[in-house]
Write a protein of this length. Structure first.
Length: 381
């Protein structure tokens, strides 16, 4: 076997492994862009922390698809611009879209398609450009893979997993006595935190609150939170969670509990800044064709979930203070400000025209208003 054939075989093997990794890497990711990249983006662009983290995260995620493109070029054995290299440039974006589709469970929307395709093509072209510098290409591939893995790694320890499962089971067992709507939502918070506090026997209040939040993030938010945490969820419990979720609301809406609790759960798994970036990324995706539209109300529900986790798990005194507040009775307005009068359902063009995009003066004013409302919620402090 000559060196060229050996190189193609190695490239094909690495490409297969990387496709498998990209397929199995769960969504939604916690957008764990390294802080130095976020700081660099902020210093260059001058944009705020959430937007800078979003940009940095998109760069991290693009590295994974760029590496896919480079490995496609390697697998086809292209060393110059010819039919093989052209085939690699055409095949790489198709592979990127396909693996993204398999990972998400639905066909990607326009912005996701653009990012996936451009990243894969750039990676393929970069590999061809470095064809004469084998060790440089190897180092670049290792760096891209490590950066992507670092930016997407999550998980929880066994102790927290066991505690969250125990709370989740007890909440679902009590579900038949939970009323519908906002009243039921408040009742579930009381139950989850009551069970968590009892199970912890007054010790480790931070862990108890984390367990309650993770349990509610799976039940009222999204089952994939368990996947992001690298844990399995009992498939027999999923219909119970879905049935309960379908009759719970926040300010009369069924989607806002999901925004709140998914963000709260992701903040446990990662941190508030990364979770904010997830909400921002989703709203920008929603503003593209096929999405539901950019929504400041959704973003506010996301931010409330982030702040809730911060208040519940910042340290032992704050954790015990939140437990005491919940024991005295839950008022949802203590944790979520008024959402119904905030703009939503805007296309990318509408958002740009009305608010000047993410950096526009009107957008900044709206963010300041949202921050003011969040600061007025006593349960989020």
């Amino acid at each position: 076997m000559n060196e060229s054939s050996r190189g193609r075989q190695i490239g094909a093997g690495l490409l297969g492994l990387w496709l498998l990794f990209l397929w199995l890497e769960p969504e939604p990711r916690p957008l764990g862009a390294p802080d130095w990249i976020v700081a660099a983006v902020r210093s260059v662009t001058g944009i705020a922390e959430p937007a800078a983290r979003l940009v940095a995260t998109l760069c991290v995620r693009a590295t994974g698809l760029a590496l896919l493109g480079a490995l496609t070029m390697q697998a086809l054995g292209a060393r110059e611009w010819n039919r093989r290299s052209i085939a690699a440039v055409l095949v790489a974006p198709l592979l990127a879209i396909g693996v993204l589709w398999a990972n998400l469970g639905y066909f990607p929307i326009a912005l996701q398609l653009q990012i996936a395709s451009l990243s894969a093509v750039c990676g393929a072209i970069a590999r061809l450009a470095l064809r004469r510098h084998a060790w440089t290409a190897v180092g670049l591939a290792i760096g891209l893979g490590a950066l992507f893995a670092w930016g997407t790694a999550t998980g929880i320890r066994d102790e927290l997993d066991n505690a969250a499962r125990a709370v989740g089971r007890r909440v679902l067992e009590a579900a038949r006595d939970v009323p519908d709507g906002d009243e039921g939502h408040a009742k579930l918070i009381e139950l989850a935190f009551g069970f968590a506090e009892t199970d912890s026997q007054g010790r480790e209040p931070v862990l108890a609150n984390q367990a309650a939040i993770l349990a509610l993030s799976v039940i009222l938010g999204e089952e994939k939170i368990a996947t992001v945490a690298r844990r399995r969820i009992d498939p027999q419990r999923i219909p119970e969670a879905e049935a309960l979720r379908a009759r719970i609301t926040l300010q009369g809406r069924k989607d806002w509990p999901q925004h709140f609790w998914v963000s709260a759960g992701l903040s446990v798994l990662s941190d508030a800044e990364r979770s904010i970036a997830i909400g921002l990324a989703k709203e920008l995706m929603d503003a593209t064709p096929g999405g539901s539209g950019f929504s400041f109300s959704d973003l506010t529900a996301d931010a409330a979930g982030n702040r809730f986790t911060r208040a519940a798990t910042r340290d032992e005194p704050s954790a015990r203070a939140l437990q005491a507040r919940v024991r005295s009775g839950v008022r949802l307005s203590d944790y979520v400000p008024e959402l119904r009068d905030l703009p939503e359902g805007m296309s990318a063009e509408d958002f740009q025209a009305r608010f000047g995009g993410l950096g526009g003066d009107e957008a900044r004013k709206m963010v300041e208003e949202i921050q003011r409302r969040l600061a007025a919620c006593p349960g989020l402090q």
